[in-house]
Design a protein around this ligand. Structure first.
Ligand SMILES: Nc1nc2c(ncn2[C@@H]2O[C@H](COP(=O)(O)OP(=O)(O)OP(=O)(O)O)[C@@H](O)[C@H]2O)c(=O)[nH]1
Length: 322
């Protein structure tokens, strides 16, 4: 008997927009339905922070240190095949990095070696409503070009973090999004609590559309300065040997440069028990106690424009005690 074709759903969205949060909500739902999902998480940095949040009984592959849309694209189809053969999942969820161009990922997912085994069902784009509200008028900046191309390629749009914007701004945001994607269902949500209905979709992504989308996305990504919209993003990883001071960390986070888009990691605070998960996304800091089931390296990963990372480096070194 041949195995049924495994549907693939890809989560895209700018750095910190809420992809992992939506992924975890999806996994809860799938678990409740008795499904056997497998997960691929692609991290721009070389520390596996998101992978730690996925429950141990879910087969998860973390692809670190590059973007599956470019530097490690060739590895994607092999990783999918490996998960397919080892775990026989009935659904596969892929979380792209926040800097990924979805059209390039589609190519990896549609590799000939996967044709009889998997089927790309949905590209879901998670949009940070707060960030969009603050930046949608600056349509020429690089980040805006990247998230326009992500919106354009999506088959399902989640306008996330609506708790962070005034309710009356939603129609204006939706109107802006509709300029780039008229047809995909658009659902406003908080922490991915709504709008997971794409899981029930039975429509396969049409490879013919991909080419057109890819050209459109490339135009947006390369327009004006001729530079790829994520070529300026840099990642830096700080490995921590000692606990850090909570107060100085919090106050340093308040004055991080604007171009530092994302920080995440696992730290131990001086004088306190246990570990904390650090999430800094679009100027909002979250620190959550965690109890990982395996040994973890204490680490802080920062992602942003290279000049912002250089600017923040001194503050970061001070925090970690160098
Ligand atoms: N206020 C608010 N915060 C949210 C919401 N969804 C996610 N967050 C927070 O936003 C931060 C980033 O969320 P993630 O789910 O890790 O974002 P991501 O897109 O996976 O991040 P990267 O993989 O680094 O690009 C975390 O602190 C989340 O708790 C939301 O709807 N409202």
């Amino acid at each position: 008997m041949t195995n049924p074709i495994v549907p693939i759903h890809v989560l895209t969205g700018f750095l910190g927009s809420g992809k992992t949060t939506v992924l975890l909500a999806l996994l809860e739902r799938l678990k409740a339905e008795g499904k056997r999902p497998a997960v691929i998480i692609n991290e721009f940095g070389d520390a596996d922070v998101d992978g730690l949040l996925v429950q141990d009984d879910i087969p998860t592959e973390s692809m670190l240190g590059g973007c599956i849309c470019c530097t490690i694209r060739g590895d994607l189809s092999m990783t999918i095949l490996d998960l397919y053969e080892r775990y026989n999942p009935d659904i596969l969820l892929i979380e792209a990095t926040g800097a990924a161009h979805p059209a390039e990922i589609i190519e990896g997912v549609s590799d000939a070696s996967l044709l009889t085994r998997t089927e790309l069902r949905t590209i879901v784009n998670v949009i940070d409503a707060r960030m969009l509200l603050d930046t949608y008028t600056q349509s020429t900046n690089r980040e805006a070009r990247l998230y326009k191309s992500q919106i354009q390629t999506a088959g399902w749009l989640l306008l996330n973090k609506i708790d962070r914007v005034p309710i009356e701004s939603l129609p204006e945001l939706e109107k802006w999004i509709r300029q780039y994607n008229e047809h995909a269902p658009l659902v406003a949500t908080i922490k991915g609590s709504e709008g997971l209905g794409f899981m029930d979709s039975h429509t396969q992504v049409n490879p013919g559309d991909i080419v057109a989308q890819r050209e459109g996305a490339a135009d947006l990504a390369m327009e004006e300065d001729g530079e790829d919209s994520h070529s300026s993003l840099t990642v830096k990883t700080y490995y921590l040997d000692e606990p850090i001071d909570r107060q100085s960390f919090q106050s340093a986070c308040l004055s991080l440069p604007h171009g530092l888009h994302r920080m995440k990691g696992i730290v131990r605070f001086a004088g306190e028990q246990g570990l904390h998960l650090i999430q800094y996304a679009y100027r909002e800091l979250e620190m959550m106690p965690i109890q990982p089931q395996k040994a973890v390296q204490e680490v802080l990963v920062v992602i942003g424009e290279s000049d912002a990372l250089s600017e923040a480096n001194e503050a970061m070194l001070e925090i970690i005690g160098f």
